[in-house]
Write a protein that binds this ligand. Structure first.
Ligand code: ARG
Ligand code: ZN
Length: 854
């Protein structure tokens, strides 16, 4: 059954007040729901209470047990109600420890917790489980006191005490009406890092981060990020926290990053726990980014929520934009932008170019869990960023203020957001709405001509939006492009940067006073999520990589130069590495640049990204071309790399942006020293591995060694395991680093690791660390013969029986079969077909597979 956006109907019944009771036990938990329902409008339809795998043990209407007034309709409970307002009570029993889907109420590490978004609530209680039905909740929890000393839910704790038989209870009341997907409950044996924050209007807020006691020292970074987020949202958006308490709970088994439940965020522990010994700098940034993201949802998501799941980007795109802006303000904005664009290109562009392409506001779905995508989140954030760019910060802020004021306490739509932006700014966004409706990454052709006699330059821009499934014809969209011209000889910009909005298929822009030959810098800061085809020469790109005054554009010019060189090498078999080597030398030795930026710029484009530029992906040729460039860069700049390596050595660990940048550059330099083939390289790497006083350096050296055929690699694998065998999050790195290796025996090793006693399909982090990593390793996954495809499919089918949502996320790499040669395409399709032919396939996987084959 397909759910369509256009079929939205307002709810038949509302449910202003609900009371829930949980008698908690890992094996058998009893849940009672007491719903005060009211008829919404004139109709005589029954009350539909959603369920998922629930059997009603009792149904009461206005206190009277009922035998005939209800019936099951598939998983749902239908109740006939005579009047316009009733109290409906139901009771069920569920088993949290048997819940391997990790949706609804489940057990993790001996504790009990919930995940409800999007449709997990209905796995616990019969309920109107849709985001546009908002209720005030009171919750009573009972559990064994020794086993579950901590009982948490949303809002404020209003009562607690001891019961007979070693049990205790707590009652929680949340004054803010909310949809079911924001409900949460935790019963656990955990300890808290407690702190406080006073809002700008003077409200004291108790902050607590709950983890297993031994992990308490690893919560400082998350706590600092939480306080910084609270202050930032007040300063930048004028948004204050609204309750007396804010709790975060970390759990080891979690389907994704974290969840913004009202005042009780639940996190994948990888986005909470960090200390120098076990977390890399990237992990630290992940913690602060996700803590901020979930905190910001309190306004963009909770106070104003979504009318239906087609509006998901209303909260997710906006909140990702907010967390990106926060991180940019905390550290290096340039580096943050580069990282975000790299992620967009790695995860979202392929989605937009493949069989699962969908607009940021999809039109239909079979299983909504499949739409928590890079498109909805990351492209969604780019759409909000374009509004920010086009309206400017003041009008954008006025639009946000109006949006929050108008829709506070309600379930809104993407359209509501755009209307608020229009009303506050006076800017007509009619055509901009196409960004919500059309899938596919626009391509912009840019051609610059120069007329020296008239000192004029003419820039011609042309836009096409490619067809995507279900959308053969596209309209041009407004594309804001930040543009500058630089004098080739002077190296200076001709005028202030311009913001050009290409609002049709084609436009021409005239620049005057252009006496010398201009070099085009376009889509600076990545002002629009598009592909630019500007056909600039290697010389122009090298020039921009050295002279552009927009750091993103500078990075971009280097990337483009590398991509052009590598794509040329793959298609012609000939490579001229000279321009890249010289450009890298210039950047690497530029004393004005900071290490973090240099590190970003030196990273070769990924094999997958190079493949994305080609009509038919040839994984082996791409790998060879890229390794050849890496060897040349390593060999010809060996002295420079060794200098960079030495100058970025630190005396002691610090988390400052400078120190992080130095660590980044150091490991990148190590990779190039290794690529140079220098005899002492593996020894240098192993020394860094052993002597590191932090995980960034250790993991960096481990990653370099994992690619190597030198015996030092085996030493590192064994030492890493021995040191961290009791730390699940670090063991994930042990698995993923080996699965990302480019060694020829990687698939053998991955298969061996899948039989390792520490491997399990039940933990999504561990699954991704092996199977997800392997399928992201283009060379290895696409090994001719299809062994990578078979391995992925075998694993996926096994996971599907446990956790369909997580299984479905493994499908997209196989869905890219159209991009490969006939032999590989046939093998990939055969595996997709094997899934489709498997009896009992989940709806989650079915949707992804059937769309991938269509
Ligand atoms: N709302 C959560 C967040 O973005 C993520 C929920 C993801 N749910 C899912 N079924 N994938 O912070
Ligand atoms: Zn989110």
């Amino acid at each position: 059954p397909v759910i369509r956006r256009e079929d939205y109907r307002k709810p038949d019944w509302l449910m202003p007040d609900v009371h829930l009771e949980f008698r908690l036990d890992p094996a058998r938990t009893q849940v009672a729901g007491r719903l005060e329902v009211t008829r919404n409008g004139a109709h005589n339809r029954p009350l539909r209470l959603n369920g998922d795998g629930l059997t009603p043990l009792a149904v009461l209407i206005d206190g009277e047990p009922q035998a005939d007034a209800w019936r099951m309709d598939g998983p749902d409970l239908l109740v006939d109600l005579p009047g316009d307002a009733h109290v409906v009570e139901t009771r069920v029993e569920i088993s949290p420890e048997a819940n391997s889907q990790l949706m609804g109420l489940y057990a993790s590490g001996g504790n009990l917790c919930t995940q409800c978004e999007p449709e997990g609530f209905r796995r616990m209680v019969f309920f109107i489980d849709r985001p546009d039905v908002l209720s005030r909740y009171t919750v009573r929890m009972e559990a064994d006191k020794a086993r579950f000393p901590v009982l948490l839910s949303n809002g404020d704790r209003t009562a607690s005490g001891d019961l007979d038989g070693g049990r205790h209870f707590a009652e929680w009341t949340d004054p803010f009406p909310k949809p079911s997907y924001l409900f949460a409950l935790v019963a656990a044996d955990l300890a808290a890092n407690v702190d406080s924050f006073t809002t700008k209007s003077g409200r004291p807020v108790k902050l607590a981060i709950w983890v297993v006691e031994k992990d308490l020292p690893k919560t400082e970074h998350a706590m600092a990020a939480l306080k910084a987020s609270m202050a930032w949202d007040e300063k930048v958006y004028g948004r204050e926290y609204d309750l007396g308490e804010f709790n975060i709970v970390a759990v080891a088994d979690f389907n994704f990053g974290a969840m913004e439940n009202k005042s009780l965020n639940i996190f994948n522990s990888r986005y909470i726990l960090a200390d120098p010994e076990t977390a890399t700098d990237i992990d630290y940034d992940g913690v602060s980014g996700v803590v901020a993201h979930e905190y910001f949802h309190n306004w963009s998501g909770n106070r104003v929520t979504c009318r239906d799941w087609f509006q998901l980007s209303l909260k997710e795109g906006f909140t990702v934009f907010r967390d990106q802006s926060f991180t940019a303000d905390q550290g290096s904005a340039a580096v943050k932008r580069i990282e975000d664009v790299r992620l967009l290109r790695a995860a979202q562009f392929p989605e937009d170019a493949g069989p699962l392409a969908h607009p940021i506001r999809p039109e239909s779905y079979m299983e909504v869990s499949n739409f928590y995508t890079a498109t909805v989140y990351n492209k969604g954030a780019e759409i909000i960023r374009m509004l920010h760019t086009m309206l400017g910060p003041q009008k954008f802020r006025a639009g946000c203020d109006l949006y929050f004021a108008r829709h506070d306490g309600t379930a809104a739509t993407c359209e509501d957001f755009v209307v608020a932006m229009e009303d506050a700014s006076g800017v007509d966004l009619t055509r901009f709405r196409l960004w919500y409706a059309q899938a596919g990454t626009p391509r912009i052709r840019a051609a610059l001509s120069h007329e020296p006699a008239g000192a004029r330059a003419l820039l011609t821009l042309e836009q096409t939006v490619p067809p995507t499934p279900g959308q053969p014809e596209k309209q041009p969209m407004p594309v804001p492009l930040r543009i500058a011209l630089f004098g080739e000889r002077s190296g200076r910009a001709f005028e202030e940067e311009r913001l050009v909005v290409l609002d049709g298929e084609r436009c021409e822009i005239l620049f005057e006073g252009i006496a010398e030959r201009p070099v085009l810098s376009i889509n600076r800061g990545f002002s629009a999520p598009v592909i630019i085809d500007a056909a600039r020469s290697a010389a122009d790109l090298a020039f921009l990589s050295a002279h552009d005054d927009d750091p993103f554009a500078r990075y971009e010019a280097m990337q483009q130069l590398m991509v052009d060189t590598l794509v040329g090498a793959v298609s012609t078999g000939q490579a001229d590495h000279g321009p890249v080597i010289e450009a890298v030398r210039t950047t690497l030795t530029d004393p004005a640049l900071d290490s973090a930026f240099i590190g970003e710029t030196m990273l070769l484009p990924s094999e997958a990204f190079i493949g994305d530029q080609m009509a038919v992906v040839d994984p082996v040729a791409i790998h060879r071309a890229r390794e050849a460039l890496r060897r040349d860069l390593g060999g010809q700049l060996e002295g420079e790399w060794r200098d960079a390596y030495e100058r970025s050595r630190a005396n002691r660990f610090e988390l400052s942006p400078q120190a992080k940048g130095a660590r980044r550059l150091r490991t990148i330099a190590l990779g190039f020293i290794m690529a140079s083939g220098a005899e002492d390289a593996a020894g240098i790497a192993l020394r860094q591995f052993h002597e590191a006083d932090n995980m960034t350096d250790r993991q960096g050296a481990f990653g370099v060694l994992a690619n190597s055929l030198a015996p030092e690699r085996d030493v590192a694998i064994a030492a890493f395991y021995d040191r961290f065998r009791d730390n699940g999050l670090v063991l994930d790195k042990w698995f993923s680093t080996q699965a990302f290796s480019i060694r020829p025996d990687t698939l053998d090793r991955v298969e061996e690791l899948s039989r390792h006693p520490d491997f399990t399909l039940a933990n999504p982090n561990r699954l991704r660390s092996l199977v997800g990593a392997m399928s992201g390793n283009q060379l290895v996954f696409h090994e001719a013969g299809g062994r990578g495809y078979r391995f992925l499919t075998d694993m996926l089918l096994e996971v599907d029986g446990l956790n369909p949502q997580t299984a479905a996320k493994l499908v997209p790499p196989l869905g890219r079969w159209r991009r490969f040669d006939e032999g590989r395409a046939a093998l990939m399709k055969a595996e997709l077909q094997r899934m489709l032919d498997t009896p009992g396939l989940s709806k989650d996987v079915f949707e992804q597979v059937s769309k991938s084959l269509a």
